[in-house]
Design a protein around this ligand. Structure first.
Ligand code: NOJ
Length: 485
């Protein structure tokens, strides 16, 4: 990975790709010996997801994977980031592997390799086997131990086909939405549990890193963190600066410093002292996490502005998450998320490429590791026009502006090895069900038919030319009607 990019050209070995996740696209929830996950239970519980949507069928990728890989090849993807559903390969989260589930991923990997597409495999994108949740879930240490065993088995099984491994996707969401606000599965709300979960995720990463490397020494092992970019409302007010620093501790530093420094931020330990004594951190745990990253994966969508707030916290939803009665920010009742200015996506998230640039440089500075942008993208209303085209200019403008920001960060020294757009196709957007569309291909949920949006053509050209395609070049790139399958 040494060919340098010129200021406006991406190196030949820069990985352009797209991301998905198992529960969001696979469907076939009860097929092939798959066991239930916390997302099956959660989505089947009344009131937990919008319109009661579930991942039972999703995009039916389990059956349509070969056609999906063919589409990836046509778009020209260098890489594809997907996740293995733990409950599909090890239904109860421990013991024997389920051959039928394992074979599905062998088939998918073989298809990708034959198409010349580099697989980026995530071991955990939120679908914990229900049995492990019933035994306590991420707040208990045994779940970390089970994960390490699962990671080892996956490395043994797929190590000759996979170089890039990610242990966890967005551990912040697992810990603080799953066990804090309860907006995500398993839907529990206990601040002490969410902090214990965060630690067990970090610990599980550190131990799994060692286990994967033992099996396959060439593996490149990463963690994917979601970027929160908290900016102070009034930079001249030290209380607002402090508020931003607090959110930074809970969102970013809690998942960075155990790996870079082998410790948790002192301020975090202090402002959460009333919630937990952190006795779940055992002797040796932080030695096991320190230095266990070969690469860092960055998911970036938007930024935040926060300020100090006296009195009881008002949850406005401006932290980009479904407003819930219970906060996902333990110890930060004195922080208020301010309304986001400017253009907003249908998620309510602001479009802020300068935040992307700032965040990439920050991660580069804090970790000094190669970076892969593992998710970046936006949901928009996506009308289908009379000629069948989906003129999603907002989406490819978003890619365009963020890729230019990424190039600026590269020029300023960040070692960025790849960019994975979220997402290859529309899919199950967790608590929002199928109401949000992030794909560069549209999915008709009645028929599972996929149709290329203009953004897929735009992205294909960007990959082919290794340059950010100008927005007004689109008419020369699309076919009418658009490709579909
Ligand atoms: C991050 C998550 O990893 C992914 O599953 C989700 O769909 C996107 N963000 C968009 O919210």
């Amino acid at each position: 990975m040494s060919t340098p990019s010129t200021p406006d050209t991406f190196a030949a070995d820069f990985l352009f790709g797209a991301s998905t996740a198992s529960y969001q696209i696979e469907g076939a929830a009860t097929e092939g010996g798959r066991g239930p996950s916390i997302w099956d239970t959660f989505s089947h519980t009344e009131g937990k997801t919008l319109n009661g949507d579930t991942g039972d069928v999703a995009c039916d990728h389990y059956h349509r994977y070969a056609d999906d890989v063919a589409a990836m090849k046509e778009i020209g993807l260098d890489a594809y980031r997907f996740s293995i559903a733990w409950p599909r390969v090890q239904p109860g989260g421990s013991g024997e592997l389920n051959r039928e589930g394992v074979d599905f991923y062998h088939r998918l990997l073989d298809e990708l390799i034959a198409a010349g597409i580099e697989p980026l495999v995530t071991l955990y994108h939120w679908d914990l086997p229900q049995e492990l949740e019933d035994a306590g879930g991420w707040p208990v240490r045994a779940t970390a131990e089970a994960f390490v065993e699962y990671a080892r088995l996956m490395a043994e099984e797929f190590g000759d086909k996979v170089t890039y491994w990610t242990t966890f996707n967005e551990p912040w969401c697992t810990a603080f939405l799953g066990y804090g606000s309860g907006a995500h599965a398993p839907g529990r709300s206990d601040h002490a549990d969410s902090l214990a979960a965060a630690h067990h995720l970090n610990l599980a990463h550190g131990l799994a890193y060692a286990a994967i490397k033992e099996v396959t020494a060439d593996a490149q092992v990463s963690l994917v963190i979601n970027s929160h970019l908290p900016r102070p409302w009034n930079v001249a007010d030290p209380r607002d600066v402090e508020a931003a620093h607090k959110i930074d501790a809970l969102a970013n530093r809690i998942f960075i410093e155990p790996f870079s420094k082998g410790e948790y931020p002192q301020d975090l330990l202090e402002f959460t002292a009333d919630i937990t004594d952190w006795s779940f951190v055992h002797e040796g745990d932080l030695e096991a996490t320190r230095g266990t990253l070969d690469l860092i994966g960055v998911n970036y969508y938007s930024s935040h502005t926060v300020r100090h707030h006296d009195g009881p916290r008002v949850d406005t939803g401006e932290d980009g998450h479904k407003t819930t009665k219970f906060s996902c920010w333990p110890g930060a009742d004195d922080v208020e998320f301010m309304p986001l200015l400017g253009v907003r996506t249908t998620m309510g998230w602001n479009v802020d490429p300068s935040g992307f640039h700032a965040h990439l440089l920050r991660i580069h500075h804090d970790l000094g590791l190669p970076i892969i942008v593992t998710e970046n993208g936006a949901s928009w209303p996506d009308e289908v026009d009379a000629d069948g085209r989906i003129r999603d200019i907002d989406r490819y403008r978003y890619y365009h502006d963020h890729l230019l920001a990424l190039q600026r960060a590269q020029a300023e020294g960040a070692d960025i090895r790849g960019y994975m757009a979220w997402s290859l196709m529309d899919n199950f957007e967790w608590g929002w069900g199928y109401s949000k569309r992030f794909g560069m291909m549209r999915v008709d949920y009645d028929t599972s038919k996929r149709t290329w949006k203009d953004s897929a053509y735009w992205y294909a050209n960007t990959i082919r030319t290794r340059q950010v395609t100008p927005l007004d070049a689109i008419e020369g790139l699309v076919s009418t009607p658009p490709r579909a399958y």
